[in-house]
Design a protein around this ligand. Sequence first.
Ligand code: ATP
Ligand code: MG
Length: 421
Amino acid sequence: MEAIPGNLTIIPRDQHNISRKSISKSALKVLYRLTGSGYRACLVGGGVRDLLLKKQPKDFDIATDGTPEQVRALFKNSRIIGRRFRLVHIRFGREIIEVATFRSHHADSPRTELNAEGRILRDNTFGDIEDDALRRDFTANALYYDIENYSILDYTHGLADIESRSLRLIGKASTRYQEDPVRMLRAVRFAAKLDFEIEQETSRAIFECGYLLRDIPAARLFDETLKLFHSGSATRVFELLRHYDLLQYLFPALDELLRKEPVEAMLDFIDQALVNTDARVNSDQHVSPAFIFAVLLWPPVHQQAIALQSEQLKLIPALSQAGSEVMSRQLKHIAIPRRFSQMARDIWIAQPKFERTKGKQTNRLIAHPWFRAAYDFMCIQSMVGLVPAKLCRWWTDFQQTHPVHNQQHASREPRRNRPAR
Ligand code: ATP
Ligand code: MG
């Protein structure tokens, strides 16, 4: 390793394990075309981090000194996106390679915009590669793989943190959370997904800064919530959100209920549903966003439906009304698109219908597009004793004898075991 003044450590090709074979062909094409046109180009962020951890990266992000317009001009399959951060997306079939221009974070630049609390509203001030490294969130996310000579550039001691599995914010933790409170949710997600320890100050400042999540637009919280719960480590994510007292900013009704009376059966239900989601994500099976929202809002919906029944409403109308009320309060925090919020309500209202195992109703139920998710939901309830186990068995058998209706949602009982993390 070569230590260079100004905090840069260069790890040459023969001293790290990243091989071009594990980088997507499209990402390599973009890197080579950029350098061939005279720009600097590096792989950066999660792609480098995951390759060093010998994990398959979810996507490949590239950083360059070319401006978005210059990059756009090199690739006809590209377009400029974003306002807060302007980026270029280059499309290769189903794969999108994201190219960002090196940026610096100078609060006094006219192209950087902060609000009164120091939150970044716009950040389009270009800078050099070192500036770019320092404005990133965690040291593990700030490593560059330089396509010029296949070395790794480390400006923040990220490699040492990856080796010791430590998640550390670059710079002063509370300031970095003030600039962008979503970094607290990213800390939880990466700690859970990568099985990293959150470094002491990075961790402590979450308790101090959590309330800043109140100001984050509901649309961004929807994206981030899905990333958290579809990370393949949702059970750990949920534990960490509770540990850091962050659940209240995402799911206030659930948080309030768990504070008042942490009903064991409901906690078991959530845990089992998250185990199931993790197993599906980790074996590349489809997971619907509706399922997660149906699960995490079920305790308050269930409780409210019981209250409404005691006011003489029948079960299905009570569930329907409770579902609408809980969902409309939830939408103030997380902008759940209508198709998912509607499907979550369908899942809830379907629950009592599973109790009817005679007559034509059964064929009608199984034909719904949400049947599979509602059936999984019911079986998970049965696993924790919230509905009789025989119902799950009955519907599992029923699907086997009625496969015609059921091509897409082939029967499979939810897995019991915790997936290896
Ligand atoms: P993954 O794609 O596996 O979820 P990632 O680390 O690639 O993880 P992205 O959201 O794709 O995460 O972002 C790419 C990189 O951009 C990050 O690694 C980090 O360097 C930087 N980044 C993303 N979001 C932020 C943020 N809110 N603040 C600072 N830097 C960020
Ligand atoms: Mg990424």
